[in-house]
Design a protein around this ligand. Structure first.
Ligand code: ADP
Length: 168
């Protein structure tokens, strides 16, 4: 008897993806056969990068590791997870401050679809303070993000926020 493939969905804004996110993705590798990194199409949130650009950056960084694919989605997360035949939602927990919101979301998603489990993973401590919002803010102000953001993202930030090559 062949066992079912273990598919997980890691949803988020990823505007842009950073080392904290990538640390969580790496931790998924031994746990799942397939991980779909799902960029939420959220019209309410003003984003720096388009959903297509975010998917492109993630795909570029994950390279051709066959367990990962980057895609976009809209609508109810549990419906999307179900449509992929997945059973797990991955979320990263950076600190206690993430917990309340994540806990509410996990319980709501369980209420919407009891067959889907939310799996929480924690990053290495050195990434626990990193967020996409801070990455953008620090870059705008000329701070050094080496080691916190992969090179393809640094290049895109440079094009978008310092188009004249200004070092600030
Ligand atoms: P943010 O914009 O705050 O980086 P996202 O919506 O892109 O957040 O995050 C997607 C998921 O990744 C969420 O579960 C979030 O908690 C998690 N995450 C974000 N940053 C980190 C980090 N530094 N370490 C671990 N998980 C993280």
């Amino acid at each position: 008897m062949t066992s079912a493939r273990r598919i997980a969905v890691y949803p988020g804004s990823f505007d842009p993806v950073h080392e904290g996110h990538l640390d969580i993705m790496r931790r998924c590798k031994p746990l799942f056969d397939e991980v779909v990194v799902a960029v939420l199409e959220n019209e309410e949130k003003a984003a720096l990068f388009s959903v297509e650009e975010r998917v492109e950056m993630i795909s570029e960084i994950l390279g051709d590791d066959p367990i990962f694919t980057a895609r976009s989605f809209s609508g109810l997360l549990v419906d999307y997870v179900e449509s992929l035949g997945a059973r797990a939602i991955i979320r990263g927990l950076r600190a206690v401050s993430d917990f309340e919101y994540e806990f509410q979301m996990a319980l709501m998603n369980r209420r919407l679809d009891p067959n889907i489990e939310t799996v929480f993973l924690t990053p290495r401590e050195e990434y626990s303070f990193v967020s996409s919002r801070l990455v953008k803010e620090v870059f705008r102000l000329g701070g050094d993000l080496t080691g916190l953001v992969p090179q393809p993202v640094l290049d895109r930030l440079q094009e978008r926020l310092r188009p004249n090559g200004a070092k600030v």
